[in-house]
Design a protein around this ligand. Sequence first.
Ligand code: UT7
Length: 319
Amino acid sequence: MGYARITGTGSYLPDRIVTNQELATRIDTSDEWIVSRTGIEARHVAADDELTSDLALKAAQRAMDSAGITSADVDLIVCATTTPDMVFPSTACLLQAKLGVKQGAAFDVQAVCTGFIYALAIADKMVASGAHKCAVVVGSEVFSRLLDWNDRRTCVLFGDGAGAVVVQPSESPGILSSHLHSDGSLSHILRVGGGIAEGKIRGNPYLEMDGQAVFKVAVRVLGECANEALAHNGLTGADIDWLVPHQANQRILDATADRIKLPRERVVTTVARQGNTSAASVPLALDKAVRDGRITTGQHVMLAGVGGGMTWGSVLVRW
Ligand code: UT7
């Protein structure tokens, strides 16, 4: 078994920005309530004709440009999404066609907000084993389409976007470890039970959530899996340069930093301007911190996610 490392990052946010103030003109909420409970000020929402694969395409192209690779190099595409363009083919296959990639494998991963962590862990193993030479790993969501925009308990929390990385073989460890978990007995606290097909609604097609239960699980498991990664690698919180967690709620991010004894200023946060973009949130935050120069060569970067399932996990990277 060799090693794999992230050689490029990219992201994309739809143009339209919906502020808390705009939401407060439509539903019984306020900027003060949303900011104090979540830290969210605004979120991006995809245009009606923008699909998950369109967002993924822009993020993937930017990641490929930053890695200095072309479509001819890519032999694996893994797309994490909860909002696929269609039941099948997979969004990864649709992305493959849009990228003009003619070779290799493409498939989706469904682990809701932990999806990108799962996808990156899988791609790491497939590249480090030598089976694949160049993976594009994407988290892309149009989560706004799963929301009841009249339900103030949920619609204020989420947004749309996409983030991507390129993973290639390496002589030295880049991706140091991955740890994935799930507990299906908690499936009822965060779910979309129904759906819409051919104009017919079956069950409840919108996101349902027990917010307080999800909050408690998220704080516990993010801390646990981050500490699990530290112990596995013989590190402590003091060795972590940046924590890039799933961006659900500023209070969850702060609590996770505290649990691994990491100063809060070492947490990359995008939740204020993007809300919770599900599987896209970790690669969106990662790309931001890479492009603004915070993440630099040799640093330890902890990626961690939690989401419906419930699912959770971490990937620890030496940049
Ligand atoms: O990827 C994981 C996705 N999910 C999450 O991360 C969610 C985790 N949970 C949370 O972030 C928090 O539980 C929330 C932000 C969702 C809610 O915060 P909370 O402090 O747990 O509030 P609550 O649900 O206990 O609601 C308190 C009050 C209620 O009013 P009453 O019953 O006390 O009169 C709600 O009806 O706040 C009300 N409320 C709102 N008020 C204004 C709920 N949503 C809103 C809103 N604006 N948007």
